[in-house]
Design a protein around this ligand. Structure first.
Ligand code: SF4
Length: 256
């Protein structure tokens, strides 16, 4: 289990974003998410639930400003400033204001850096969250399967989740987002999981064709996962899936 122990962390070398300075709006000693993905690098939600400390907007702004000033002084400004960390950033009650602060600080200290966000897309139907995400250069939004049953197995939503609603909300981005999908196989609590079957891929590709995101990121397990019987999908298979998306004229990045 990897938890980020500061509000601002890195820059880290990201498989997908270059050098990325991370912003963690969630508690430092536990995960805070409305999914509980079986592959989450932060572990299960139940681990570290005693820490419920969300960082106030003023603390996030101060921490980011101090770090950007430091990085500017050593000529080490990052390629990206990324909302990620110990859970789902859009759950923070001051999310929208924080996005405004981060964009303003980026403009001031690191104008070449892209503001990015990793989100499970569950809150994008909320007007305030949607409007904040429209201001972010690279909103990277998760959809691991077009089947509710598979989402339930892989992502364990903690409240009502509707693929139909999430796809409709994604459609409102008019392609100005990056779709992110984790492919894996394995078994959890006696149930087989595989989101690479022909039926899964047909359904997923249909949604990709419908949404036409500006980019698709497909990846597989890279580190230890909380569920123990999961397997990576080989890079060659990810590339075969990626080729089907490329054939639609959509940019794809794979990380095996
Ligand atoms: S959405 Fe992200 S933070 Fe939340 S459980 Fe899944 S992988 Fe972890």
């Amino acid at each position: 289990m990897i938890l980020f122990e500061n509000i601002v962390f890195g820059p880290v070398k990201s498989r997908r974003l270059g050098t990325s300075l991370g912003i963690n709006l969630l508690p430092l000693h536990g995960k805070w998410c409305n999914f509980d993905c079986i592959y989450c690098e932060c572990g299960w939600n139940k681990d570290g639930r005693n820490d419920k400390q969300l960082h106030p907007r003023s603390a996030v702004r101060a921490a980011l400003e101090a770090r950007l000033q430091q990085l500017a002084s050593t000529d080490e400004l990052p390629d990206a400033i990324t909302f990620s960390g110990n859970g789902e950033p859009t759950l923070h009650p001051e999310f929208s204001g924080i996005v405004g602060d981060v964009i303003a600080l980026r403009d001031l200290y690191a104008p070449k850096a892209k503001v990015c966000l990793l989100s499970n897309a569950t809150n994008i139907g909320k007007k305030e969250v949607f409007q904040a995400l429209r201001r972010i250069d690279r909103p990277i939004l998760k959809l691991d399967s077009g089947f509710a049953e598979t989402v339930k197995l892989m992502n364990c939503p903690q409240n009502d989740y509707s693929i139909k609603n999430v796809v409709a909300a994604l459609q409102a981005f008019k392609g100005e987002f990056i779709l992110q999908t984790m492919f894996l196989r394995g078994e959890h609590e006696g149930v087989k999981i595989d989101n690479t079957t022909p039926a899964e891929l047909d359904k997923w590709l249909h949604i990709v064709a419908q949404l036409r995101p500006k980019e698709v990121m497909i990846y597989t397990i890279d580190r230890a996962t909380p569920a123990k019987n999961l397997q990576k999908v080989p890079l060659e298979e990810l590339e075969t899936i990626a080729d089907k998306v490329r054939a639609m004229g959509i940019l794809v990045r794979t990380a095996g």
